[in-house]
Design a protein around this ligand. Structure first.
Ligand code: NAP
Length: 330
């Protein structure tokens, strides 16, 4: 039976479509712009087993029901990464997730929903020494910071779980919570955007030049990353393992900020080194932190999926190879 992938033109979803086709699935790829989705038809297996349908997150329920017709699973990845707060990010993210859930409950063939959430939904305050999937961010705190992207991810995932608790349904929900996603992109175009473009800029400018808010904005945590191929393989494992349910972190933790700096500079010597950062980080935006700690992640649920995940070194190395092959870095 076919599986639906929403946001199929995206960085993560296009890798998902390619992996699903490689594994013999029939894929319905939903995109709001059919022209933009044309590259998907070049993937091996696409001629025989790919159908592209138009779907906007702001569409009404009928469009979602029609996209889902005959499918037995959905990978819901579409969500705006940027835009004008309430209208541009929150509204489409929530409308999309609510309609996916409702449409699935009206489509008896659907047995599994895999939702691409984010590690940003697990930012309890104060930071605990170990974070796991039982924890949630506080939407009020995210709204107070005007961080509409992370707010949209938290509210959308919560809406999906609330739907499961509230409604009678014939399917299971699995959510995957990636951190920053890097690694080779299948999308066309010469310049990487989104998380991958961020990594390229980091190599070019160094941490202090590219993202001076690290570690100030995130003093208790080390940076983390996951390869796009691994997060997609994990999502497919969530579909294929009938016992998979609930939330799954998806990340590889870096060492400290200074260690990461050194590793990136070793792999790409042109990257400017930044000032060393004490461990644990002792100040936030110049103010001393009363109780400096380093927060780690409990990755046991992710590991239970049995998907071998690339190391931080591999992710950075293979991203660099991709940037060089595409002429984005010398
Ligand atoms: P991306 O390349 O920007 O993909 C986002 C997708 O959502 C695109 O296909 C985009 O369509 C689609 N979309 C946005 N607004 C839409 C709308 N109104 N109607 C229909 N489709 C719409 O980003 P990505 O990195 O692959 O992210 C995919 C998912 O992973 C998102 O849910 C994101 O929150 C999550 N995630 C990403 C990261 C990361 O580091 N990349 C980390 C954690 C979670 P267009 O191509 O037409 O714009």
């Amino acid at each position: 039976m076919p599986v639906l992938v929403t946001g199929a033109t995206g960085y993560i979803a296009s890798e998902l479509v390619a992996q699903l086709l490689d594994k013999g699935y029939t894929v319905v790829a939903a995109a709001r712009n059919l022209e933009k989705a044309a590259f998907l038809s070049q993937f091996p297996g696409a001629q025989e087993r790919l159908r592209v349908v138009r779907l906007d997150l702001l569409d009404g329920i009928d469009s979602f029901v029609s996209a889902l017709e005959g499918c037995d699973a959905v990978f819901h990845t579409a969500s705006p990464l940027s835009g004008d707060g309430e209208e541009g990010i929150l509204k489409p993210a929530l409308n999309g997730t609510n309609n996916v859930m409702l449409a699935c409950s009206r489509t008896p063939s659907v047995k599994t929903v895999v939702l691409t959430s984010s590690v940003a939904t697990i930012e309890p305050q104060p930071d605990p020494p170990v974070k796991d999937e039982t924890m949630w961010s506080d939407p009020d705190e995210q709204r107070a910071r005007d961080n509409f992207y992370v707010l949209s991810k938290t509210l959308a995932e919560r809406a999906a779980w609330d739907f499961m608790a509230r409604e009678a349904r014939q399917f299971r929900l699995v959510t995957v919570l990636p951190t920053m996603v890097f690694g080779p992109s299948r999308t066309p175009g010469k310049d990487s955007t989104g998380s991958l473009g961020f990594l390229r800029d980091w190599f070019v400018k160094g941490r202090e030049g590219c993202c001076p808010w690290y570690p100030d904005g995130w003093p208790h945590g080390h940076f983390s990353m996951v390869d796009v191929r691994d997060v997609c393989a994990q999502q497919i494992a969530c579909l294929e393992q009938a016992g998979a349910t609930g939330r799954y972190l998806s990340l590889a933790e870096c060492g400290g900020w200074t260690e990461l700096d050194k590793l990136m500079n070793e792999l790409y010597p042109a990257m400017p080194l930044s000032a060393p950062v004490p461990e644990p980080v002792e100040s936030r935006f110049g103010e001393p932190i009363a109780d400096p700690i380093v927060t780690r992640f409990d990755l046991s649920r992710m590991q239970s999926l049995g998907v071998p995940a690339r190391s931080v070194r591999q992710i950075l190395q293979e991203s660099l190879e991709f940037f060089r092959a595409r002429g984005e870095l010398p």
